[in-house]
Design a protein around this ligand. Structure first.
Ligand code: A3P
Length: 345
């Protein structure tokens, strides 16, 4: 009899235990990262009281579940109305630099519960045909979000396109602008590698990097080569500064985003006046990929596509040195203007 009662008790305990574990697992998967299960510090205590934009906690906790469903394309008009969902113009734009790590930055920022990314590059401001379609067309390209979330888009062509600063200024003169940069020569080689891969895919031959980067007649750096021009960051930034004060820009270290992304993301959180919510839990190093990948929760994680993190071709060291020397004075100016210094050669 006693034995039977004990067995019954054990059975009940087992069922109860399974229910508790199941609920915890469900909560983790539904609500998001493990750290979200810990009590959230009041936003006020983490930030300076004068900081203007604060995100309601409800919004922070709500994002994952709802937006995950919407991404699957299940949003009905009723849901949009019920949850007060809106398509908002971006409050921050990653304007460049191409091959700086713009995709990684956008995807990593999207880990933040108060950030919603525009998945595609929209090319609204750099493409005349798109720009002629008007601001409502642009808004229509934005994802649905809760009113207190911020939308971010990235189109690296914005940084180098002449007309873009004025056009963005006309849309929102107080928008926040993010620029992610890498050591200029590495960035130029990365840019070349992307084009080379495109040519190879079409079975076309292509020049060697050295032949494009160096002018055969003068043996000097070929400033007509786009991959070189794009890496003269200060030249482009100066055009932007005709419209926006330097405080409206935040420079992200793309080289550090590769090796140690969290501190860079925390700086961006601060710049965007967002509570610090991206944690080490959200980023794990994947040895096979050789890069950090993203963990949203225990069931959902992802690495960037294989087109990010290509193997670069070997470049003649004398050409590398020549390029580094060429970029040096422009880099100095860039540090001076932005107040952010890098250990570039
Ligand atoms: P490489 O392909 O030269 O390595 P963009 O998104 O602006 O095109 O930048 C691409 C670069 O992002 C890649 O350049 C890669 O080095 C860098 N990157 C930074 N973080 C990454 C990550 N977590 N996964 C993959 N690539 C990353």
């Amino acid at each position: 009899m006693l034995f039977k009662q004990q067995a019954l008790l054990r059975q009940k305990l087992f069922v109860l235990g399974s229910l508790v574990i199941g609920s915890v697992l469900y909560l983790v998967a539904r609500v998001g990262t493990l750290d979200r299960l810990q009590p959230i510090c009041p936003i006020e205590s983490r930030f300076h009281p004068s900081e203007p934009e604060q995100i309601p906690l409800r919004t922070l906790q709500f994002k994952r579940g709802l937006l995950h469903e919407l991404r699957k394309g299940n949003a009905t008009k009723e849901q949009i109305r019920l949850h007060n969902l809106v398509q908002q113009l971006p409050r921050a734009i990653i304007i460049g630099v191409r091959k700086g790590g713009t995709r990684a930055l956008l995807e990593m920022l999207n880990l933040h519960p108060a950030v919603v990314k525009a998945s595609q590059e929209i090319h609204f401001f750099d493409n005349d045909k798109n720009y002629a379609r008007g601001i409502d067309w642009y808004r229509g390209k934005m994802p649905f979000s809760l009113p207190h979330q911020i939308t971010i888009e990235k189109s690296p062509a914005y940084f180098i396109t002449e007309e873009v600063p004025e056009r963005i200024f006309k849309m929102n003169s107080s928008i926040k602008l993010l620029i992610i940069v890498r050591e200029p020569t590495t960035r130029a080689v990365s840019d070349y590698t992307q084009v080379l891969e495109g040519k190879e895919r079409k079975n076309k031959t292509y020049h060697k990097f050295e032949n494009l980067a160096i002018d055969a007649n003068t043996c000097e750096v070929n400033t007509k080569y786009k991959a070189v021009r794009t890496s003269i960051y200060t030249k482009h930034l100066e055009r932007w500064l005709k419209y926006f004060p330097v405080e409206q820009f935040h420079i992200v270290d793309g080289d550090r985003l590769i090796t140690d992304p969290l501190p860079e993301l925390q700086l961006v959180e601060r710049f965007l006046n967002l509570p610090s919510r991206i944690s080490q839990y959200n980023l794990y190093f994947n040895a096979t990929r050789g890069f950090y990948c993203l963990r949203f929760n225990i069931v959902f994680n992802k690495c960037l596509a294989g087109s990010k993190g290509r193997i670069h071709p070997e470049v003649d060291p004398s050409v590398v040195t020549k390029l580094q020397k060429f970029f040096h004075p422009f880099n100095q100016k860039f540090y001076q203007i932005t107040g952010r210094t890098f250990n570039w050669p």
